[in-house]
Design a protein around this ligand. Structure first.
Ligand SMILES: *Cc1c(COP(=O)(O)O)cnc(C)c1O
Length: 407
């Protein structure tokens, strides 16, 4: 268990042998899940940094998923903010967001582990679409668990998953959203852990998932770091990413952890305010507890009941966060703050109008955080992780920004 390989540029040796990031992480699961996680961990140790696996992973990312994604200068935001702004364009990746990196990597791992079917959970549907696409590519059947409430409010993505050959199973229990969908996927996995591979959608869950997802998403930060050196002539002063479960953020940040001159800034969903239930800011407003197999920071009441969350962006609307972020916040290496629904929508409108890029509402939280940073640090060189594109958000943008414009 000590042989987990590490991202080359990292200077911190986490997770430890028990899958812990300081106090956080670990594996809080029912006995029935332990053999499946042991098997997964053995597979990760055997294949993840194996040359043949890495060659196939990189080939698929390059020839199918559209990597490397561009690093774009943002001259108009730069002028408006009095800063030097660069965008890492995960919105240009296949299926429209960073999630495809993880789905490709995990399905390739599933094939090596001898799995016959892929299961996944999804909230907004983005991870479901990425998993369905990656499974179709490998010729494997795919079942996606999705809360019944989300099936209703994200119907375009349900259709996309079905066209990509996946079976979408609505989950009516619990909160009928993402949390219930993860529980249902875990139940399915326990019932047949050898033939089934559970492809988790963010850097959350029991060890080794947070580690596995980080390593698969670190391609974002490795590319961005090299592109900054080549195109900007140096590293950024700050790298900013939105944080839901935390996969695009840990992927962008991890290769910069050893660059102590680079400030790292994660931006959570501040929703409609500070009250419990009004936001999804588990790092800045949560307390320690166990959620879905991991000891991390979660939004819970005084009795330890996990509370529903609110965010205008479905992809950030989750009551927990990956354990490595909880550790990075406590250690002080990464700063976390939040942006409200209105602040994110405002930043989205500005980027669309002045840079010709419609970011996802999730990503727009990072744009707002970057703008606030620029106000406090005139002239700063800022790298923003643009985690996805906003086309999927048109229904909500029609009800908000476009209504304000009188369209
Ligand atoms: C899912 C999603 C997120 C949030 O997930 P993380 O694991 O925190 O990255 C952010 N941006 C986009 C575009 C997404 O689809």
């Amino acid at each position: 268990m000590n042989s987990l390989p590490r991202t080359a540029a990292a200077t911190v040796g986490f997770p430890d042998a028990r899958g812990r990031y300081g106090a956080f992480g670990g594996r809080y699961v029912p006995e029935t899940l332990v053999p499946a996680l042991d098997r997964l961990q053995a597979g990760v140790e055997r294949y993840l940094n194996n040359a043949e696996f890495q060659a196939e992973f990189n080939h698929e990312l390059k020839t199918w998923a559209g990597r490397p994604t561009a690093l774009s200068a943002a001259p108009n935001l730069s002028k408006r903010w009095g800063a030097e702004v660069w965008l890492k364009r995960e919105d240009l990746a296949h299926t429209g967001a960073h999630k495809i990196n993880n789905a490709v990597g995990q399905t390739l791992l599933a094939k090596r582990l001898g799995a016959k079917r892929i299961i996944a959970e999804t909230g907004a549907g983005q991870h479901g679409v990425a998993s369905a696409a990656a499974a179709a590519r490998l010729g494997m059947p795919c079942v996606v668990y999705m809360g019944a409430v989300d099936v209703e409010r994200q119907s375009p993505n349900v259709g996309r998953m079905q066209l990509l050959g996946a079976t979408v199973v609505p989950v009516t229990g619990g909160d009928a959203t993402l949390r219930a969908a993860i529980d249902e996927a875990l139940r399915d996995w326990v019932s047949d852990p050898n033939a089934t591979y559970y492809c988790i959608g963010s850097a959350v869950g029991p060890h080794p998932y947070p580690y596995l997802v980080r390593e698969l998403q670190a391609v974002i930060g490795r590319e961005a770091r090299a592109q900054m050196l080549a195109q900007a002539g140096g590293l950024p002063d700050v790298a900013v990413a939105c944080v839901g479960g935390g996969s695009n953020a840990i992927g962008l940040f991890h290769p910069f952890l050893g660059d102590t001159a680079v400030t790292l800034l994660g931006v959570e969903a501040g929703g409609r305010g500070a009250g419990l239930g009004d936001n999804a800011a588990s790092l800045t407003r949560g307390t320690p507890g166990v959620l879905q197999g991991s000891y991390t920071l979660i939004l819970q009441d005084a009795y330890g009941q996990v509370r529903e969350t609110h965010s205008v962006s479905a992809g950030l609307d989750y009551s927990g966060v990956g354990p490595e972020h909880a550790y990075l916040m406590k250690s002080g290496r990464v700063a976390y703050e939040s942006a409200t629904d209105d602040e994110a929508l405002d930043a989205l409108a500005e980027c669309a109008k002045f840079e010709g890029i419609l970011p996802a509402i999730e990503s727009a939280h990072a744009f707002f955080g970057a703008r606030r940073y620029a106000q406090a640090h005139p002239g700063a060189r800022i790298l923003i992780g643009c985690s996805g594109r906003g086309d999927k958000d048109m229904p909500i943008l029609q009800r908000t920004l476009l209504k304000d414009l009188g369209r």
